[in-house]
Design a binder for this molecule. Sequence first.
Ligand SMILES: [Zn+2]
Length: 225
Amino acid sequence: MLRREIPHHEQAGRVIRLSRSLLAPAPLSGSEELTPLLPYQPWTEQMQPLCYWHDEPVALLVEPQAESGWIDGRQWMSELSTAWFSLLSTALQVGAWLENHRFCGRCGTPATKLTAEFAMHCNACGHRNYPRISPCIITLVTSGEAMLLARSPRFPPGRYSTLAGFIEPGSRRKRPSTVKCSRKWAYILTSCVTTRARHGHSPFADVWLFRRGNHSAYSHRWGRD
Ligand SMILES: [Zn+2]
C-alpha cells in the first residue's frame, strides 16, 4: 500500500533505481517475485525520498544510464500485480520530472532539489519547478457493437488503441474528441479495424502509469452528437 508522504527525515530505506523509463530489478533471493524495490540501505544525497510502501520508506535514484537488464515501465506493468501500479507510476513520473528539470528553465543555472516537497529550486533567480501533469484524454468511439481503433506507426504488429492525445492550452477536456470524431477522423470509421467491444473493464483503468500525464477517459457514441 502506497502512502503519499515524502519521507524526507529518513536516512535509509528501500530504493528504486531509474533511468528514463527503465527501472532496475532487485536481486532475486529465493522465491521472491521480481520487483523494482531494492533492499533496505542507507540513502545518499543523490536520492529523492519518494513515499512509503507498506510503511517502509522508499527513495528514488535517477541514473544517467540504464544498465543491462533494466526493465521498461510498461513491461513492469504487465508483469506485476495491479497493487504495484501506484508505486510504479509515482516513481516513473517523479523520475521523469527530476531528469527533465536539472537546470532552471528561466536562467539555466543548475537547480537544487528541495527535501520536504517535490520541487526543484533555482538559487540564482528563485524560479521553482514542481512535477508537471499534462492533461490528456483517451476516447472510446463506438457505433453499435463496433468500436473505432487506430494504430501508430511505432506500435508493434497487432497492437491497436483507442484514440488518445494531449489537450492543448485553453481547450476543454471533452471538446477535442468530439471535434476529431466529427471532422478529422470521420473517414476512418469506414475503413478502420472494427471489432466487437469486449465487455468489462481493465483493472488498470484508474491508474495512469506513464510519465507526466493526467489522463481522462471518455466514451463517444458515433452519430449521436
Ligand atoms: Zn534560474
